[in-house]
Design a binder for this molecule. Structure first.
Ligand code: SAM
Length: 289
């Protein structure tokens, strides 16, 4: 058995399950192949702790047995991959994006709807829903009638993620008070309702959003192009090859003049970079082609 390192040798004695360097390398390969996520060596112990729960649930003693199971069981493979995703998010994260969207983008999109056109917004890698709900609250502002108006027009926010467990939370739209606290009070008072010690998103706002399971590395079944794409803090875990492909696909899926918002530590790279003009910090507009 290959040990992970001296420290891990010691740990191995205390570990409930047998876990080797080769096991980690195989998990790393599997997560890269299935989700594009690159696991650094520093994630060795995180992989052990996240997947231990699955070994326990499957009644297995060794990671090598679990890896053998993953080769033939598609559902378990999805569970393993999603258990290794990082789902950290918050309402109005990177607030300058929402300020930019409300001031410079939404007025034009609203005018499009008024003219009878379609408007589509995509939150790609939406995690537990804070991002798409922030978009919905940002555009509705304090206008209580806006969701009803939008429902009568050709408007939809698509919110997608690879991980079913976060999508379940997103669909429910129920959050601890401490999480809902980062919503500006004027919006929280209108769009969040108290439910015991939690807060739930207003049903009308929920109706604006379609939550879908979607792997960004797979096929995209959406027929239409988007006016705005938010893909923030998702590509941070991807290598340059994957980022390149993804940026090109986002460019194809955006209308000319459409906006792309990416995470604070990300940057637009590769062939698609020339399709966009910078409109501020991590904000890009697709050139009219
Ligand atoms: C750190 S969260 C970011 C959430 C939100 N966009 C934000 O910025 O707050 C990253 C999300 O990307 C999702 N993700 C990772 N790889 C993915 C892939 N290949 N396809 C779709 N979603 C993916 C994860 O499941 C996770 O929920």
């Amino acid at each position: 058995m290959n040990s992970l390192d001296m420290r891990d040798d010691v740990r191995q004695d205390r570990r409930e399950f047998e876990y080797t360097q080769s096991d980690f390398e195989q998990v790393k390969h599997l997560v890269y192949q299935n989700a594009g996520i690159t696991l650094q060596a520093s994630k060795t112990n995180l992989v052990y702790s996240r997947l231990s729960k699955r070994l326990r649930a499957c009644g297995l003693q060794r990671f090598s047995d679990y890896l053998a199971l993953l080769k033939k069981d598609d559902e378990e493979r999805t569970r393993a991959v999603t258990a290794l995703t990082t789902n950290h998010t918050s309402f109005f994260r990177e607030k300058h994006h929402f300020d930019h969207f409300t001031a410079h983008v939404w007025p034009q999109l609203k005018a499009k709807l008024e003219a009878g056109d379609r408007v589509r917004i995509w939150s790609a890698g939406c995690s537990s829903g804070e991002e798409p709900y922030s978009i919905a609250m940002a555009l509705a502002g304090t206008d209580r009638n806006l969701p009803n108006w939008l429902l009568k027009h050709d408007f939809r926010i698509l919110a997608s993620d690879l991980a079913p467990h976060v999508l379940a939370t997103a669909r429910e739209g129920m959050y601890a008070m401490t999480i809902a606290q980062s919503i500006p009070p004027n919006l929280r008072n209108i769009w969040m309702e108290s439910d015991g010690d939690q807060m739930v998103v207003h049903p009308l706002l929920k109706e604006l959003i379609a939550f879908r399971e979607l792997n960004l590395l797979g096929n995209w079944p959406m027929r239409h192009q988007f006016d705005v794409i938010f893909c923030r803090n998702v590509m941070i875990y991807f290598d340059d090859t994957t980022k390149n492909t993804l940026f090109q696909n986002f460019s194809k899926k955006l209308l000319g003049g459409g906006m792309l918002y990416i995470g604070h530590s990300e940057r637009l790279i590769g062939k698609a970079a020339s399709d966009f003009v910078s409109k501020g910090q991590t904000i890009y507009q697709k050139r009219a082609m």
